[in-house]
Design a protein around this ligand. Structure first.
Ligand code: 6MZ
Length: 345
C-alpha cells in the first residue's frame, strides 16, 4: 500500500494532547526571538530515538514553558488543527490540561477560551475537519483541582455549544493514584460528560480494576498493560471486553517511551484479534515525530492488514467518538463518498 493511500484515508483522531502535538515548524516560530534557550529540535524524539517516561515528562515541562501564554497557545492549537486536517483527519478530539501561569497572567479560563477561539477560527475557514475538546486532569493534581476542571468542562460545554465533550485523565502514569479522582469522574458522568481515561499505561492492575468497576469509562487511553502477560489480569481483560470499552492505541508513543518492547509486540494485535474496538491514535505527534498517517501505515505493515482492513479500522473508529448520532452519520456518509477514490491509491 502506498503512503498516498494512508494519507488520503479519511481518519478519526481521538487521542491527541495539544502540547504534545506541536510540529517542529510551529515550535521554531515560537522559540524564535524568545528568551528561551531550547533548541526546538531537542523538544522531541527524533526517528529511532527512545526515552523513558521520565524523560518524556521532562520534555512536557519544557514545552509548557514555551506555551505559557495565550498567544502561543492559540498558535499551537490553530496549527495543530491545520496539520491534522492536511493529512485528512476529518474528526478530532483534542485534549489539553487547563493551566494557569502566574508569570504571564494566563488563567485556566483564558486558557480554555483561547483553545476554543482557535477551534472556532478554524471552523470559520471551513476546513474539512470537525474539532472537539476534552479537558484533562493531570494525575499530579488534587481532587479539588480535578473537580474544578469538571466544573469548567460543564460550563464551557454550554458556552461552546457542545465543542467540549469530555474529561481525560493523563499525566505521568508512575505518579500518584488515580483512585482519588473517582468523585470527580462521577461528577462528570452526572453532567453527561464522557470519560477518556489513561489506564494501565504501565502495570497497575489494582488501580485499573478499581477505576473500571467504579466508573466504566467511555474509552481507555493506551491500555498497554491490561492483559496478564503485560502485568494486567484476566478479569481486567474480561471487563474491558464485555463492556466493549474502546481503546485508543498509540503505537509509536508506546515504543518510543519503551512501555512496549517493539511494534510486533504491541497490544494492538491482542485486542484487534478479539475484534475489540481499537482506534489508532498519535498521542503526541510533535514529541514522537509521527502523524496519524504514519501510525496507520506502521500498524498495517506490522500486522499485515489489507487495504480493506485498514479502511474498516478507520471507518469503525467513528463508533467511538464522543459526539451524537447525527455527527456519526455525517462522518459515515463522508467515508462512503470517499471510499472509491481512496481505495484506488
Ligand atoms: C500520559 C500524557 C502522555 O495537556 O499540556 N500526556 N499523559 N501519558 C502520555 N504518554 C506519553 N502524553 C501527554 O499536553 C501535554 C500533557 O499531556 C499529558 C501530560 O499530562 C502532558 O503534560 P497538554 O496539552
Amino acid at each position: 500500500m502506498s503512503e498516498d493511500f494512508f494519507k488520503k484515508l479519511p481518519k478519526v483522531e481521538l487521542h491527541a494532547h495539544i502540547n504534545g502535538s506541536i510540529s517542529e515548524s510551529t515550535m521554531h516560530q515560537l522559540v524564535e526571538g524568545k528568551q528561551i534557550t531550547y533548541n526546538p529540535a531537542s523538544l522531541k524524539f527524533k526517528k529511532g530515538e527512545t526515552g523513558t517516561l521520565k524523560e518524556v515528562f521532562k520534555l512536557f515541562k519544557q514545552i509548557h514553558e514555551v506555551t505559557n501564554n495565550e498567544k502561543a497557545l492559540y498558535k499551537v492549537t490553530y496549527d495543530v488543527i491545520h496539520e491534522f486536517a492536511e493529512e485528512n483527519v476529518k474528526y478530532i478530539e483534542l485534549r489539553t490540561t487547563p493551566r494557569e501561569e502566574l508569570s504571564t497572567g494566563m488563567t485556566k479560563t483564558s486558557y480554555i477560551e483561547t483553545v476554543l477561539k482557535a477551534i472556532r477560527d478554524c471552523a470559520k475557514e471551513n476546513l474539512d475537519i470537525i474539532v472537539k475538546l476534552i479537558l484533562a486532569i493531570d494525575r499530579r493534581q488534587t481532587l479539588q483541582v480535578a473537580m474544578d476542571t469538571v466544573q469548567l468542562a460543564v460550563k464551557y460545554r454550554e458556552e461552546s455549544k457542545g465543542v467540549v465533550v469530555g474529561i481525560d485523565l493523563s499525566g505521568d502514569p508512575n505518579v500518584g493514584n488515580a483512585d482519588v479522582f473517582i468523585p470527580a469522574f462521577k461528577e462528570a458522568q452526572k453532567h453527561g460528560l464522557k470519560l477518556a481515561l489513561h489506564l494501565a499505561e504501565v502495570p497497575a492492575p489494582e488501580e485499573t480494576m478499581t477505576l473500571l468497576q467504579e466508573i466504566i469509562p467511555d474509552r481507555i487511553g493506551h491500555g498497554t498493560c491490561l492483559q496478564p502477560d503485560a502485568g494486567g489480569t484476566r478479569d481486567i481483560v474480561q471487563f474491558v471486553e464485555s463492556h466493549k470499552i474502546p481503546l485508543e492505541l498509540c503505537l509509536s508513543s508506546n515504543i518510543i517511551n519503551m512501555t512496549v518492547p517493539g511494534y510486533d509486540n504491541h497490544h494492538f494485535k491482542f485486542w484487534y484479534d478479539l475484534n475489540h474496538p481499537c482506534v489508532i491514535c498519535t498521542d503526541d505527534k510533535g514529541v514522537f515525530s509521527t502523524s496519524l498517517t504514519e501510525e496507520y501505515s506502521v500498524a498495517a505493515d506490522t500486522f499485515q492488514l489489507s487495504r480493506e482492513q485498514v479502511w474498516e479500522l478507520s471507518y469503525n473508529s467513528i463508533n467511538s467518538i464522543f459526539s451524537d448520532d447525527n455527527t456519526k452519520q455525517l462522518l459515515r456518509d463522508k467515508w462512503k463518498t470517499l471510499k472509491d477514490n481512496v481505495q484506488n491509491h
